[in-house]
Design a protein around this ligand. Structure first.
Ligand SMILES: Cc1cc2nc3c(=O)[nH]c(=O)nc-3n(C[C@H](O)[C@H](O)[C@H](O)COP(=O)(O)OP(=O)(O)OC[C@H]3O[C@@H](n4cnc5c(N)ncnc54)[C@H](O)[C@@H]3O)c2cc1C
Ligand code: FES
Length: 314
């Protein structure tokens, strides 16, 4: 039995896919809000992914991934049932704080719907009344509606185009929840930074505690490199060891969004070089792959992925 074997895969859309990975120890240790750092191959970059579900009995951990760049697209292409990830480190980060909240709104936007699930289930298990507010651009992107319906007391689905649930942004869904319930203790929101910022702005006038899960660029995940620093209430925090959950009313989202765009040029270059190497692989066909298997230096060079240092010009 291979380590980190992919035992199930589901494609939610052209860009979003689920991988269920065998890792019995991690499945027993994982807590809501934690994440893993994954390497597809020995030469891949390390990418952080939130644990979207875990099952201690089956010994599996579930990841839901959006193909946005080189590594997540390569994983979308190569991760099939029966294949394995090279490495999966975790569970990392401080688990989401378990509170005594009696009525909670769990907000997930787009891909953020997946990582909010363990939190919704955790609140439900602790006896809270749980309202899920899930937002997607359109009906075809909706996933896990039934999964949330089975563990939440209320489900408010929003789509930007009105093709499913109420028509509107996720903040419209939050407004519905706030109008229905005057006694909400806490809101937890996961999604793109701009969405989490809007959620925090929506709850601020009501002074409802609002927790968000931030997603800065992470490298080592151990608090050593400083890559994941975020400003929270004027203080510098490292999301990998101090978070990733923080008080949404204190997070400097503008700074977070600027930092997330810092490596755009390098990321685009890496993706273009990878796409080009895929295109060449398809063009030269199986004979080139045979040559590669025989160790042909020339063909190896042709099909080799670029090193990060090359992309950085170092
Ligand atoms: C704590 C945490 C949990 C996350 N959970 C998920 C998840 O469950 N599912 C999911 O699809 N994505 C998740 N992400 C984001 C995911 O790590 C990035 O989408 C991924 O690293 C992109 O790599 P790429 O090579 O495909 O794309 P790239 O082209 O390299 O990058 C695309 C964008 O992804 C972000 N990114 C790139 N590298 C990193 C990095 N090392 N760390 C963080 N962000 C990066 C940047 O905003 C960048 O602009 C999470 C990020 C963090 C910090
Ligand atoms: S990822 Fe390096 S300090 Fe957090």
């Amino acid at each position: 039995m291979a380590n980190f074997e992919i035992v199930a895969r589901e494609d939610f859309s052209d860009v979003t896919y689920l991988l269920e990975v065998r890792h019995p120890l991690m499945a027993r240790a994982a807590k809501p809000g934690q994440f893993v750092i994954v390497m597809l191959t020995a030469r891949s970059e390390r990418i952080p992914l939130t644990i979207a579900d875990f099952d201690g009995h089956k010994g599996t951990v579930t990841l839901v991934i959006q193909a946005v760049g080189k590594t997540t697209r390569q994983m979308q292409q190569e991760c099939r049932v029966g294949t394995s990830l090279h490495a999966m480190v975790g569970p990392m980060g401080i688990p989401s704080p378990t509170t005594k909240a009696k009525k909670v709104v769990c907000v997930g936007g787009g891909l953020g719907v997946a990582p909010i699930f363990p939190q919704a289930r955790g609140f439900k298990d602790s006896g809270a009344y749980v309202i899920a507010v899930l937002g997607f651009r359109t009906k075809s992107l909706v996933f896990w509606r039934d999964k949330f319906a089975s563990c939440c007391d209320e489900l408010i689905l929003c789509t930007n185009d009105g093709s499913a649930g109420i028509k509107g942004l996720i903040t419209d869904g939050i407004k519905v929840a706030l109008d229905r319930h005057a006694d909400i203790d806490e809101v937890v929101a996961i999604g793109p930074p701009v969405m989490m910022k809007a959620c925090a702005d929506a709850t601020r006038p009501h002074q409802i505690k609002t927790i968000v899960s931030v997603n800065p660029i992470m490298v080592d995940g151990t608090g050593m490199c400083g890559g994941c620093r975020v400003k929270v209430g004027g203080q510098v925090k490292f999301a990998c060891v101090d978070g990733p959950d923080f008080d949404g009313h204190l997070v400097d989202f503008d700074d977070l969004m600027v930092r997330l765009r810092r490596y755009t040029t390098v990321e685009q270059a890496a993706q273009e070089r990878w796409s080009e190497s895929c295109r060449m692989t398809r063009q030269v066909g199986p004979s080139a792959l045979d040559a590669l298997a025989r160790g042909s230096a020339e063909q190896s060079e042709l099909l080799e992925l670029p090193e990060l240092n090359d992309a950085l010009g170092g």
